[in-house]
Design a protein around this ligand. Structure first.
Ligand SMILES: NC(=O)c1ccc[n+]([C@@H]2O[C@H](COP(=O)([O-])OP(=O)(O)OC[C@H]3O[C@@H](n4cnc5c(N)ncnc54)[C@H](OP(=O)(O)O)[C@@H]3O)[C@@H](O)[C@H]2O)c1
Length: 178
């Protein structure tokens, strides 16, 4: 059986997730959660998101999706389409002993892979910045909020907003999978 695909995304109140190929906020707790949720797992990302990070992140297998046949980067797996990316994530994840494969953006990749996602780990960011990358609302007929954890900004860590970690499970046959 193939590994479930888990989205990890931080979304502002107005649906914005980024602008000018950058994240638009600093949230130390969210960075820690991102690390915890992705460590030891494959991560699928779009070429633009990879460019904004600039390097593969240690302890994870990075799969970059691009249509550019010439694109490559040391320490990174390349997929030319989404089917190839998902198949590779599954193969690498099984080899790593991971329980799931992750999808970490950006907007184009989330939009195209959402129908295949089993769970979304959503950080609700209490800001409404201008930006050009967005995440669509989840249809409540298809997604069930199964966990929520609210956090105040950590001023010592220079956090720029309050936030909440929210887990959505895809509803299958009227029941959310465990
Ligand atoms: N808040 C968050 O959680 C979060 C997470 C990640 C990213 N972001 C933000 O999202 C923004 C980037 O998102 P984006 O939508 O502009 O770009 P993206 O999804 O990261 O990357 C888009 C690129 O992926 C490749 N691609 C897309 N669909 C493909 C397909 N079907 N087959 C093959 N290749 C495909 C293309 O690369 P080529 O052009 O090379 O062919 C395309 O230009 C940035 O602002 C970033 O900071 C936010």
């Amino acid at each position: 059986m193939s590994l479930p695909l888990v989205f990890i995304v931080a979304v502002a109140k107005n649906g914005v997730i980024g602008g000018d190929n950058q994240l638009l906020w600093r949230l130390s707790g969210d960075l820690k959660r991102f690390k915890a949720l992705t460590m030891g797992k494959p991560m699928i990302m779009g070429r633009k998101t990879f460019d904004s990070i600039g390097k593969p992140l240690p302890g994870r297998e990075t799969i970059v999706v691009t249509r550019d046949p010439a694109w490559s980067h040391e320490g990174v797996h390349v997929a030319r389409d989404l089917d190839a990316a998902v198949a590779l994530a599954d193969q690498l994840g099984q080899a790593m002993g991971a329980s799931e494969a992750t999808v970490v953006g950006g907007a184009e990749i989330y939009r195209q892979l959402l129908p295949r996602a089993a769970r979304v780990e959503w950080t609700e960011v209490d800001l409404a910045p201008a930006g050009d990358a967005r995440f669509e609302r989840l249809d409540p007929r298809e997604w069930l909020e199964s966990a929520r954890e609210a956090h105040f900004r950590n001023l010592e860590a220079k956090d720029e907003a309050d936030y909440a970690f929210v887990t959505y499970q895809r509803i299958t046959n009227g029941l959310a999978p465990r």
